[in-house]
Design a protein around this ligand. Structure first.
Ligand code: NAI
Ligand code: MG
Length: 486
């Protein structure tokens, strides 16, 4: 038995609000499609509203692209590929990509605020993580555009053609950057569809792309819903599909592409294990847990949503974690003090609340700190489930919200077996003082990314992607280039 640590008093104080200004951004009332270097109205004439999930206010109307619009965009992309982009030397392509990166940096504050308004993520996260990382992806791949023969020595470098790219709402601008930058560097042209709840930063990126002088048709942005995405997937003249989103839609796409010559990369869901050994630095590990699942409201495909703690320190870790959770600020994402912003959409909130009910029904012990939930908007308090059975739904299925399950383990073999017992395999975290144990686990955990004594760290030079139902193909680094070459 472990002695219960005495409850350390957590200092509790209120910060004065520190709202990020919105005076430097201008939103249009209505956004059209960006096709062939021009803003064009959708064939259907239809638009849909995008709302701020933090207060449910409408931000703008977004064009609803259909199969005819997608066809127009693919034709523009094909023409730009044949006539300009595939013929341009890498050193010239690099200049455009570099220019886009610089323009993005100049307008970083605008990007950060619009991302926060449209997605509900905290300004701290969009300002410090999403936007700088997105810029860095463009800088990084600009650097490769004229060095592809060094990246892949003794191979003939050949681009694929037109890439169809479909992205989700959890990292709207960053996912656009992950998809667009390597495709441009390798000489492909693009039709990209943002997620229906978060189109605004992709549309601002389109403005920048336009401003950069990129030849018309090289990048086309077609906004819309799932059917718009399906029209890209099913278009006969698309050479490659890159998708990030739910495993369900990933499976649909794989079925639709079976028997075609289209190349595909899928980056799907996760249920990643964060593993704490008894020799780990506990305070850092607790920060790692919080960073892994509660920041960004758990809207992270590689979120550390399953915590495994070695049995002899479990009580201490849980107690410290609860104390830390009591200090988390939930509320207006535009406030620089906020740790936990808004859930991206009402639908997603409903899904998360459904899983919380399931967890309670399954008999796990639940803990939520007292939070002031704003009257308007979609919010979910950080939630802990203790004593969770391996077979329970909340430990098996992706929740995509600030919900953490805790299980304990005694031996290394036991935790490897438990951590791998999931249909997913995107990421994992290991916290221990022993380097040998880290290397042992990195070879045995079936996950695409494994962090040691840290969590959710990203870098454009490092490949990212999953095993099993988390998808296949890698984005980032050299691997990310090869996904866009023959
Ligand atoms: P989703 O997979 O439906 O949406 C992702 C993108 O795919 C969006 O742009 C959407 O418009 C598009 N899409 C939807 N149906 C399509 C189709 N049939 N063909 C082509 N494109 C299509 O994800 P959703 O419904 O927004 O979220 C549901 C769950 O998916 C979440 O609760 C979460 O568990 C998971 N998810 C995982 C993400 C990841 O990064 N791996 C990102 C977003 C969601
Ligand atoms: Mg959906």
């Amino acid at each position: 038995m472990v002695k219960k640590v005495s409850k350390i008093e957590v200092p509790s104080w209120d910060y004065s609000p520190s709202l990020e200004s919105t005076s430097h951004i201008v939103l249009k009332e209505k956004y059209d499609l960006y096709i062939d270097g021009r803003w064009v109205k959708p064939h259907s004439g239809k638009y849909f509203a995008t709302v701020n999930p933090a207060d449910e206010q409408k931000l703008a109307d977004i064009a609803y692209g259909n199969a005819l619009d997608v066809d127009k965009a693919v034709k523009a992309a094909r023409k730009a590929y044949n006539e300009v982009w595939s013929k341009m030397p890498g050193s010239e392509r690099a200049k455009y990509i570099y220019r886009i990166a610089r323009l993005m940096q100049e307008r970083a504050r605008e990007f950060a605020v619009i991302e926060t308004l449209d997605s509900g993520k905290t300004i701290r996260e969009s300002r410090d993580i999403d936007v700088p990382l997105a810029c860095n992806h463009f800088f990084y791949y600009a650097g490769w555009a004229d060095k592809l023969e060094y990246a892949f020595p003794n191979r003939k470098i050949q681009s694929l053609g037109v890439a169809g790219q479909i992205i989700p709402w959890n990292f709207p601008l960053l996912m656009a950057a992950w998809k667009i930058a390597p495709a441009l560097a390798t000489g492909n042209t693009i039709v990209l569809k943002p997620a229906e709840t978060t189109s605004l930063t992709a549309l601002l990126l389109a403005e920048i792309i336009d401003q950069s002088g990129l030849p018309p048709g090289v990048v086309n942005i077609v906004t819309g819903y799932g059917d718009t995405g399906a029209a890209i997937v099913n278009h006969a003249d698309v050479d490659k599909i890159a998708f990030t989103g739910s495993t369900g839609v990933g499976k649909l796409i794989q079925k639709a592409l079976a028997g075609t010559s289209k190349k595909v990369t899928l980056e799907l869901g996760g249920k990643s294990a964060n593993i704490i050994f008894d020799d780990a630095p506990i305070d850092q590990a607790v920060e790692g847990i919080v960073n892994g699942i509660f920041f960004n409201q758990g809207h992270v495909c590689c979120a550390g949503s399953r915590l495994f703690v070695q049995e002899n320190i479990a009580e201490r870790v849980v107690e410290k974690l609860k104390q830390r959770m009591e200090t988390l600020y939930l509320g207006n994402p535009l406030d620089k003090n906020t740790d936990i912003g808004a859930i991206n959409s009402k639908e997603q909130l409903v899904t998360i609340l459904k899983y919380i009910k399931i967890g309670q029904k399954e008999g796990a012990e639940m803990y939520q700190p007292v939070c002031n939930i704003p009257a308007k908007g979609y919010y979910c308090p950080p939630t802990l489930f203790i004593n969770v059975a391996q077979s329970s739904l909340i430990a098996q299925e992706e929740i995509f919200g600030p919900v953490l399950t805790i299980q304990t383990f005694r031996t290394v073999d036991e935790v490897i077996q438990k951590a791998n017992n999931t249909p997913f395999g995107l990421a994992a975290g290991v916290w221990t003082d022993k380097g040998s144990r880290i290397f042992n686990l990195t070879t045995k955990l079936r996950a695409g990314v494994i962090w040691a004594n840290t969590y959710n760290k990203f870098d454009p030079t490092s490949p990212f992607g999953g095993y099993k139902e988390s998808g296949f193909g890698r984005e980032g680094g050299l691997h990310g280039l090869s996904a866009y070459l023959k």
